[in-house]
Design a protein around this ligand. Structure first.
Ligand code: HEM
Ligand SMILES: CC(C)=CCC/C(C)=C/CC/C(C)=C/COP(=O)(O)OP(=O)(O)O
Length: 297
């Protein structure tokens, strides 16, 4: 007659997992940095927070659509076998309704408390990831992540647009930071999950071009990323504090990439993947820390 209370809380946890909350947390942090870098004044705070919530909801909606579209592929891979749609703890209809609810409410928040530019760009980002990357690019080419990375790189641009109603060189530079970071972030994981991707029939770089070529490409991207990291300083957007923190983390990224290139050790690939996440959080944190320091001086 009555459902036990743990049954409903379990379902909530499954719905929550469908939105890939840990990835979205970093996405929203990058969007918040984008917003803060464009900040006009503190009176805008409630609207900015509502817009960031909107971006979070649409990102979770996109992640849920990704889980929906990929449920059969996910069943083939050890890393993703435990996802709610594979285990059947959330039905396809419930997942579709949940994704629609998240996405539409997020877009509404952006239109109501942000502006139409931020709303339109967020919708385009949703399509870029949930439809173009997931449905078309991912099964088609090892450059899936390079092209699809354009969607993942949008969050700071969305934050910037939500505050200013424009896009700018500063927003483009933050986009480039994530865009250059994404391939080594993903390929490090693909190296130690290569068997998974082979089994699912996905043409990831280690599967199509081999581990040695992937390690070499990761190293080249790490060098490109260090170069891109100089741009905020060069265009006068950030100062020495940013540059010092970014240089430290770029050194860590390049050193790990060299170690991976030379040894091909799976444990180092895992370490680089984990480091990539810490790296992005620190580099974006450095943009804000530098701006605050400048404001205080
Ligand atoms: C299209 C571009 C991207 C691809 C293909 C990609 C791929 C992946 C994959 C396969 C994982 C492992 C997830 C898991 O084990 O469930 C992962 C984890 C993660 N990614 Fe990415 N990623 C991309 C972009 C991003 C972006 C833009 C961010 C943030 C700004 C991000 C942040 C994270 C974080 C924080 C994790 C760790 C999640 C956890 O610990 O559960 N990724 N990524
Ligand atoms: C604001 C907004 C709409 C943002 C959307 C962009 C977005 C959610 C990017 C996330 C990137 C991500 C989780 C990639 C995972 O790759 P994958 O899907 O290939 O990994 P999987 O094998 O774990 O499913």
């Amino acid at each position: 007659m009555f459902k036990p209370i743990y049954a409903s809380s379990l379902r909530l946890a499954d719905l929550w997992a469908l939105g890939k909350p840990r990835v979205v947390a970093l996405i929203v942090f990058c969007a918040a940095v984008g917003a803060a870098m464009a900040w006009p004044d503190l009176r805008a705070l409630p609207d900015v927070l509502a817009s960031l919530l909107g971006i979070a909801l649409v990102a979770m909606g996109a992640a849920a659509v990704n889980c929906l579209v990929e449920r059969n592929r996910d069943a083939e891979m050890r890393r993703t076998q435990g996802r709610p749609l594979v285990r059947g703890t959330v039905t396809v209809t419930d997942a579709a309704l949940y994704a629609a609810l998240l996405t539409l409410s997020g877009l509404w928040l952006l239109a109501r408390y942000g502006n139409w530019l931020a709303c339109a760009l967020t919708l385009a980002t949703f399509f870029g990831y949930a439809v173009i990357y997931t449905r078309w690019l991912k099964p088609a080419t090892p450059q899936n992540i390079v092209i699809g990375g354009a969607a993942g790189a949008m969050p700071p641009v969305l934050g910037w647009a939500a505050v200013s109603g424009t896009i700018s060189a500063e927003a483009a530079v933050m986009f480039l930071l994530i865009y250059t970071w994404t391939p080594p972030h993903f390929w490090a994981l693909a190296l130690y999950r290569q068997l998974d991707y082979e089994k699912a029939g996905l043409p990831m770089l280690p599967v199509t071009h081999g581990a040695a070529f992937t390690r070499q490409t990761i190293l080249l991207y790490a060098v490109m990323l260090a170069a891109v990291c100089v741009l905020p300083f060069v265009i006068g957007m950030s100062g020495w504090l940013y540059m010092a923190i970014a240089t430290w983390f770029n050194a860590g990224f390049i050193l790990r990439s060299i170690r991976l290139y030379r040894t091909g050790d799976e444990a180092i690939a895992r370490d680089l993947f984990r480091y990539s996440i810490k790296y992005l959080a620190w580099v974006f944190g450095a943009l804000i820390a530098d701006r605050l320091l400048f404001a205080l001086l």
